[in-house]
Design a protein around this ligand. Sequence first.
Ligand code: FUC
Length: 854
Amino acid sequence: MEGFSLPPDRRRRNLPGGPDPLRPGPLSPPPRTAGAPLPCPWPPPRTLRTAARREGAAGREAARSAPARLPTPTPEAICLPVATPAAPDAPWSPCVLWYDHPAAEWLEALPVGNGRIGAMVFGGVGQERIALNELSLWSGEPQDADEPEARAHLGEIRALLFAGRYAEAEALAGRYFRCRGEGSAHGRAGDQPYGAYEPLGDLTLEFVGAPDAPESYRRTLDLDAAAALVTYRGEGAAHSRRVFCSAPDRVLVVRIACDRPGGVSLDARLSRQAAAATRPVGTDGLLLLGRLYHDRGMRFAAALRVLAEGGETEARGDTVSVRGADAVTLLLSAATDHRGAEPADDCDAALSAAATRPYAELRARHEEDHRRLFRRADLDLGAAPEEPTDRRLQRVREGGDDPDLLRLYFQYGRYLLIASSRPGGMPANLQGIWNQDARPAWNCDYHTNINVQMNYWPAEPCNLAECHLPLFDLIESLRDSGRRSAAAYWDAHGWVVHTITNAWAFTSPGERPSWGLFATAGAWLCLHLWEHFAFGGDIPYLARVWPTMRESAEFYLDYLVEDPSTGYLVGGPANSPENAFVTPDGGTASLCMGPTSDQQIIRELFTACIAAARALGADEDFAGRLEAARARLAPHRIGRHGQLQEWQTDFEEREPGHRHMSHAFGLHPGTQITPHGTPELAAAIRTTLERRLAHGGGHTGWSRAWIINHWARLGDGDQAHAHLQALLRSSTATNLFDMHPPFQIDGNFGGTAGIAEMLLQSHAGEIHLLPALPAAWQQGRVRGLRARGGYEVDMLWRGGCLAEATLRTAHGGLCRIRCSGAVVVEGATAARPEPGVVQFETAPGGAYRVVGAR
Ligand code: FUC
């Protein structure tokens, strides 16, 4: 981009010698006509490039300051690893979950999805239930929940906190530093403006003449084919059912066949518990139409087409009946008006297009699309026992070991991300895309103080970069309302989001400051924008997202104030996510100035922004301001137990076994604490983890998953493995869904990312091969993991040591590798700057072998 510079209204702030860099003059929230409904913050899909092309120079300028809508990516647009094989290799061994009985409940059903439509398949013989979702289906509406009186009390609350008058500060914050209205209504906001992610409905298939005692029943989820399968025999006939959700054709496909001619007879019903009605369309179709939120909110539709081969078909009421067909293909499309589309038209368009393709073609296109992502990586930890998955899990729960089940868990996490997060769609929420409850836990929203971030930890290292993009669209959708919240609460420039958000770009604090006042969520989210660059190295991409990162950093420059007792910069009022401390008078408080996690996240964002500005050769002044502020951030402290302090003051925790360990952010996913770079702080984090665990820490799925990543970053493979086992044992349902409880998908993604972190790390300026290999994995192999700097890595190990690794590099450059045990580099001349480290120059597109010298 020529002369990457900011639009005039932004340039004013950068002038050297202009207003105080940390306090650039009074602010007023952007004007808004009173009472006017807020527009939906998610603009209809439009690409940045199209805008630029259409409007030439003006377009480019507009594009520069407009929310950076990322183009619908074609593979090559996202710096994919250079050596993606022509036809991605098939998995080393079958990648399937299987069971020998139908699902008795939703948590036993099997998930399919295409990033927009999701379905849970129960696999019944007499009746099949397919529970449906559409990822943008939300109750509620856009709202301005900012408290206009808030910022007038900011100084007072800060002064009370600096004076240690926690109870008074909390009382004031409880009045002014919360959202107006019910907010998320403590997780039950389905009928409130905040809303909730709601189910779409059910597709129920009643099979006429189904066998009472089916034989050889098997229910399978094939992760490589992305399909749920049911097979069984009855009265001498073989019955099969395949369910998949196609992204290229935007439909759910159900294929039912029988090897006896005319052997398929069924009634297909499309229904929803409330706020919708179904009517027949022609002789073989149904249309479900509905509207949420007191009949004035989001409109939605689902359309079904039943294509029978042979037999009779009839549509009546909410049911299509087929009698005596050889095979039946059901196609279902779904849509909402979240982004302004007409749902019924959208459904019809997808359905009509899909119906022109023979079933075999629909299946082939789906598998090709899915495998292009899924087959990029694989893991082999040994043979898979020929046993149903629920029995394998039970054996692990009873203390058994099953390394291949961890491999399956790894691939399941990748599968779930592909199924719940695709470019152009909404990001994966607390349950990914799968929810059957009208009033789901925590509104099934986007919690931004660990949960949505954890959802995306596997995206880059596990070679699914495209699946990261919906999160970036969410971030973009938050900037407008985030600017208003920044001004209303913090008297600050830039944009902010706090602990929770939704499909309506909610950015106000939550309804209770003890958990709702987490102003560093925006910074944490922006680190995902940076990570996408750190792994892929795509400069045009970085230029597109830079305004978002920069504007977030601008907020923190205003959010930080000087601590009168230390002179350091701290932020707040803030909580260390959802944890509380014991005050000097024995009371309990959450809010303070400068909790460690806040400091760490801001430090990490400033570091990323400084590097981004350098990479773009832009905004030097601004980078300089960030460096100055970063140098003044309050440093880490080690407390009386040898632990890393969670707060500026060495308070005791009210709940020593708390599920959040936010002050370990600096170790993971942050990069500022490392065993080699900061051994003292790393040791303090180890003490923190041990104390947490000694008091029952890790008791939720996501908390356990985070701990796996922490141990991996500390290089302790055995501890990481032990917590992987614990994740399977105590936080995993029989369909391998993560349990908070209830079902919460972040643990699945955190566990998957944890396995990748045990095998490959690249956050500390070098590629670390097998940094946390547990003794339990003496031999194994992995392929297609990604490292920052544009590397893709395959490895084979034996006897607990690296046998060989292959590194493919997109961009070339100096490659620094850390690995225990002696290694030889083939294809380059390697230097050995320190024990355990080799480094060598690489050429763009090159591939290099590193061989264990045993
Ligand atoms: C945060 C966590 C909870 C839960 C919720 C969705 O509030 O503290 O454990 O995961 O998010």
